[in-house]
Each structure stands twice: as structure tokens, then as C-alpha cells.
Design a protein around this ligand. Structure first.
Ligand SMILES: [Zn+2]
Length: 116
């Protein structure tokens, strides 16, 4: 039961950081954070994630990071992942072409092509 309550507070923390909570809701959240180190710590790490996302979005001094900005940050993250996947793919390809006889390097193959 306590876990469910914390889940609800964590959702409230997200909403608060998005600027979506009313004053009454923010007051209730502030009251809970004052007595709950668990949620206060979660709020701090949520904020740190947002700071990191704001930095990656080129806006380190943002007051509120809106959801579209978070999506942009996530998009940038996936772009990096896709880029890394492409690099790994290229590495695999060069190894495939680099060693047809099992042992030949890419430089040897180039030499063979020039000779032929
Ligand atoms: Zn709590």
C-alpha cells in the first residue's frame, strides 16, 4: 500500500516539474516531501535527469523543461544510439570484407584488388 502511495507521489513530482500542478496540489506534495526522504530523493534525481536533458537540448538554464523538450532529448539520445549501431555495422562489414580467406586484413585485400 505504501508503494502505491509513493508511485502516486512520484507521478505528482513529474507533474510538478512539468508545471502542471495547482497550488493546492503543490502544497500537498511539499508537505509530503518534508516528511518523506524517499520521495524527496526521487524528486532530486528527477530534477537531475531534467538538467541533463536540458543540457543535451542546449538549454541548460531552462526553468521548466516541457514534455516536447524531453522528447527532443530522448530523440537525440536515440540518434546517438543509431549512430553507434551504424559504426558497429560498418566495423562488422569491414571485418567481413577484410578477411575472406580467414586471416587476411583489409589492407591485404586492397593490395590484391590493385594487383588484379
Ligand atoms: Zn513518499
Amino acid at each position: 500500500m505504501a508503494d502505491t502511495t509513493h508511485e502516486q507521489w512520484l507521478a505528482q513530482i513529474d507533474a510538478e516539474l512539468d508545471g502542471e500542478l495547482s497550488l493546492v496540489e503543490r502544497a500537498a506534495l511539499a508537505k509530503h516531501l518534508a516528511t518523506c526522504g524517499h520521495c524527496a530523493g526521487a524528486r532530486a534525481s528527477h530534477l537531475e535527469v531534467r538538467v541533463a536533458l536540458a543540457r543535451s537540448a542546449g538549454n541548460p538554464h531552462a526553468f521548466v523543461l516541457t514534455r516536447p523538450a524531453i522528447r527532443a532529448g530522448t530523440l537525440a539520445l536515440w540518434l546517438v544510439v543509431a549512430l553507434a549501431a551504424g559504426l558497429v555495422g560498418g566495423w562488422f562489414a569491414s571485418h567481413r570484407w577484410g578477411g575472406p580467406g580467414g586471416g587476411g586484413t583489409l589492407e591485404d585485400t586492397r593490395g590484391t584488388i590493385v594487383v588484379q
